[in-house]
Write a protein that binds this ligand. Structure first.
Ligand code: UT7
Length: 330
């Protein structure tokens, strides 16, 4: 009986810090220029959370509060809080436990999920499964990353790419056929050393040496990751279309992870999609890791119609990659 429950997204919320870091300002920090950044990545500006007292859980809680307000919900009604993040406030307690307490979701259980830029898609699959199994009726799935906390602002190959933000959704049982229909998720650590943060975990705990060697920052071999990401995101997007018998005409929107405009364009081309069906806001926010996909859903929320076929797709560190097929249910 429980297998008949379909999960749906019933609300979308977000949080963006006020501080805008423009390409022009980055020109003062590292040897780069606005034109290079725009043409190679599509990014014009990104947001930074400057307040040292605030971090990932704060942003996730703000996004969650917006969702609760939209649905006029008492936080005590929330059954579970999942925060997708690679920049939790602490190693433990989890950002999700902090978020849960900040919003007063006192009856929920909460946990973090680490799948880097695919974090939201992985967390959505977990959250949907909690609803589909009948274990939960209201699950908050939030993507939140304070990327500025792991960025070396003297490294021009990474500091231009990332921004801070949170966004997320509420998942509830659907009353009809609309909702979350299918997921394809993949991961592999083969070649994953091309995109990682080496320090701070149990392999390289913090020492003077790890700090001196800048091991607590993101390190990326951009060209290698670019190739992997372009293949991975396009392959999995085409695979979920084929698995569900969808043609490009059937799809209303592609919601791609926002890492690089060229990766997004290549994915849309492989799917045969018109560019106007692709959500792109990378120019305003850069790569906000686990927040990019729900941030797109938030920005486009007024253009979405009930029953729209939507594909979410991402590729990121781990490596992790995946796609979700859903019918918009609001
Ligand atoms: O979201 C998680 C997954 N991450 C991704 O999907 C990111 C994938 N990678 C990328 O998006 C791109 O590789 C980057 C945007 C990071 C870099 O673009 P690229 O076209 O791959 O550039 P490149 O690394 O091949 O560098 C080309 C040139 C190099 O100079 P030389 O060696 O050709 O003389 C770089 O040193 O551009 C130089 N360069 C820069 N120039 C100005 C690298 N960074 C910059 C910069 N400003 N910020």
């Amino acid at each position: 009986m429980n297998s008949k429950i379909r999960a749906k997204i019933s609300a979308v919320g977000h949080f963006l810090p006020d501080y805008v870091l423009t390409n022009k300002e980055l020109e003062k920090l590292v040897e780069t220029n606005d034109e290079w950044i725009r043409t190679r990545t599509g990014i014009a500006e990104r947001r930074l959370l400057k307040d040292p007292e605030k971090a990932t859980a704060f942003m996730a809680a703000e996004a969650a509060r917006e969702i609760l307000k939209q649905r006029d919900l008492d936080p005590a009604e929330i059954d579970a809080v999942i925060v997708a993040t690679i920049t939790p406030d602490y190693m433990f307690p989890s950002a999700a436990c902090l978020t849960q307490t900040m919003i007063g979701a006192k009856n929920a259980f909460a946990y973090d999920l680490s799948a880097a830029c695919s974090g939201f898609i992985f967390a959505l699959s977990s959250g949907a499964a909690l609803v589909e199994s009948g274990q939960c009726r209201k699950v908050l799935v939030l993507g939140s990353d304070k990327m500025s906390s792991i960025i070396d602002f003297s490294d021009r190959t990474t500091c231009i790419l990332f921004g801070d933000a949170a966004a997320g959704v509420l998942i509830e049982p659907s009353e009809d056929e609309d909702g979350i229909i299918d997921h394809i998720l993949h991961s592999s650590a083969e070649g994953a050393e091309s995109l990682m943060q080496e320090g701070g975990g149990s392999r390289n705990p913090a020492t003077h040496e790890t700090v001196d060697k800048k091991m607590h920052y993101i390190r990326q071999e951009g060209r290698i990751v670019f190739k992997k990401a372009t293949e991975g995101m396009a392959d999995v997007s085409v695979a979920i279309m084929e698995k569900n018998g969808l043609t490009a005409d059937d799809i209303a929107w592609l919601v791609p992870h926002q890492a690089n405009l060229r990766i997004i364009d290549a994915t849309a081309r492989r799917m045969g999609l018109d560019p106007e069906k692709v959500m792109i806001n990378i120019e305003k926010y850069g790569n906000t890791t686990a927040a990019t996909i729900p941030l797109c859903l938030y920005d486009w929320r007024n253009k979405l119609n009930k029953g729209d076929n939507i594909i979410l797709a991402a590729f990121g560190g781990g490596y992790t990659w995946g796609a979700t097929y859903l019918k918009w249910a609001i």
